[in-house]
Design a protein around this ligand. Structure first.
Ligand code: CU
Length: 149
């Protein structure tokens, strides 16, 4: 039994060393966060798909991601949050946080860490915006597009 556990751990190590995309539920969609941009600048998701955003913060400060449409609120975020009624599971990262005052979600990712946000893409086709609302980041250009097909 002990030998089985040990070989399992070894396999996990080997798998981890070889793959660049971590094992996550559904389709992994990588998003890099830098000072101050999202890479790529446009994400395309299909309604009904199970997706895990792999949010890698390569910047020197904490970054976050929110998605929605409409006017930017004075305290950050969108008038309509894309994830208002969507169940989002967040894991990893230094300070993942999926609670947002207006409903919906945001994930704060500490510098040098990676967080995962897993959800089923809502059946709301359209073009939305993603943005970082850490102070000053949105105005510095930390904005992107999220297209739901
Ligand atoms: Cu930011």
């Amino acid at each position: 039994m002990r030998a089985l556990v040990a070989s399992g751990a070894l396999l996990a190590l080997v798998a981890g060393a070889c793959s660049t995309t971590p094992e996550v539920p559904g389709r992994a969609v990588s998003v890099e966060m830098t000072d101050f941009a999202f890479q790529p600048r446009e994400l395309r998701l299909r309604s009904g798909d199970l997706v895990t955003l792999v949010l890698k913060n390569k910047g020197t400060v904490a970054h976050e991601i929110m998605a929605g449409s409409g006017e930017i609120q004075h305290d950050g975020g969108y008038a309509t949050d894309l994830f208002g009624q969507v169940d989002v599971r967040v894991s990893g990262g230094a300070k993942p946080d999926h609670v947002h005052a207006k409903g919906g979600f945001m994930v704060v990712v500490g510098k040098g860490t990676t967080a995962h946000a897993t959800f089923t893409v809502p059946a709301r086709p359209g073009v939305y915006e993603i943005g970082c609302f850490q102070p000053g980041h949105y105005l510095a250009g930390m904005v992107g597009r999220l297209v739901i097909e």
